[in-house]
Design a protein around this ligand. Structure first.
Ligand code: IPM
Ligand code: MG
Length: 354
């Protein structure tokens, strides 16, 4: 298992260090794990003047999987867009062709009170958001800021989806749904956007190959509302890049904390990029208070999807469960009566439970 480790910026280095402890524990159990580090985001800019340095690109292309912490920091906010940390993230996703972004929103029974919703609305919640990750308005050309004939300035971006982009992610969605409760809700804005009308047409066509999956369609504004009104109606949510970005942040709060949400971004061969859904949180970086569980759970997803080791994935997930059962909590999921611990102690506790 050749894994590229890309800690990135902010809390990225702290949380990735905890996930690496888990990988090292698995290695001492006999798994053949090879880790190699590289820079990305602001760290890439600092080291090589590029948020996705050539050395990092070379490493990730030669690896089976990449584990990424987070990118971004205040000191990079004034750089031109091409040099911003976020650009490094978009480029690595594109380079790896990691078009299928799986963001599971699961409520652990131990954290049911940490959710911003009433316990009865979220208890037992288990949603898989499948976000298309390499297309849409994130990558569409042309884009920019221009001056119109009347002298007024205008910002513009382009939203588009090609048929093959929709088909391949729809297939992934239906295949995931087949392994779950066989329900998929495709989210779009087909009442306004032509891109979405086309999305709906293609998803409906792909559905013919999966007669056992119950497909529904929902407009994104309604989906945003339904997620906080009755989230348990969803099984798999399939959506495009920008809607998935927004809905996955929303769904994370149902689970108690965005610090609990892992992700996998897969190419057509299940090679992938694994990262927590949260950002680099520069305001809490270096304080040993960030929650490393989303990153550790991303390692579980890596074992499941890239390495087809469901047994190890479940072992990591069980270790996280055990730590929560022990009452150990980082600040973001803390509630009175529990024991508040830091990032490093949380990593150690998971390794011990493993
Ligand atoms: C995410 C993040 C990124 C995105 C940003 C940091 C570019 O919000 O992974 O959800 O918009 O995809
Ligand atoms: Mg986001």
């Amino acid at each position: 298992m050749k894994i590229a480790v890309l800690p990135g910026d902010g809390i990225g280095t702290e949380i990735v260090a905890q996930a690496v402890k888990v990988l090292e524990a698995l290695r001492s159990d006999g798994l053949k794990i090879e880790l190699e580090y590289a820079h990305i985001g602001g760290a890439g800019y600092d080291a090589a003047g590029d948020p996705f340095p050539a050395a990092t690109e070379k490493l990730v292309l030669a690896s089976d999987a990449a584990l990424l912490g987070a990118v971004g920091g205040y000191q990079y906010d004034t750089l031109p867009r091409e040099l911003r940390p976020e650009k490094g993230l978009l480029r690595i996703r594109k380079t790896l062709n990691a078009f299928a972004n799986l963001r599971p929103a699961m409520v652990y029974p131990e954290l049911v009170n940490a959710s911003s919703l009433k316990p009865e609305l979220v208890s037992g919640l288990d949603i898989m958001i499948l976000r298309e990750l390499t297309g849409d308005i994130y990558f569409g050309q042309p884009r920019g800021i221009r001056t119109l004939e009347n002298g007024e300035r205008q910002g513009f971006d382009t939203m588009h989806y090609s048929e093959s982009e929709i088909r391949r992610v729809a297939h992934v969605g239906f295949q995931i749904a087949m392994k779950r409760n066989k329900k998929m809700c495709s989210v779009d804005k087909a009442n306004v956007l032509d891109t979405s009308m086309f999305w709906r047409e293609i998803v409906t066509d792909v559905a013919k190959e999966y007669p056992l999956v119950e497909l529904s369609h929902m407009y994104v504004d309604n989906a945003a509302m339904q997620l906080v009104r009755a989230p348990k109606q969803f099984d798999v949510i399939l959506t495009g890049n920008i809607f998935g970005d927004i809905l996955s942040d929303e769904a994370s709060m149902l689970t108690g904390s965005i610090g609990m949400l892992p992700s996998a971004s897969l190419d057509a061969n299940n090679k992938g990029l694994y990262e927590p859904c949260h950002g680099s949180a520069p305001d809490i970086a270096g304080k040993d208070i960030a929650n490393p569980l989303a990153t550790i759970l991303s390692v579980a997803m890596m074992m499941r999807y890239t390495f087809a080791r469901e047994d190890i994935a479940q072992r990591i997930e069980a270790a996280v469960r055990k730590v929560l059962q022990q009452g150990l909590r980082t600040g973001d999921i803390y509630e009175p009566g529990m024991q508040k611990i830091g990032t490093i102690a949380m990593g150690d506790a998971v390794v011990a439970a493993l």
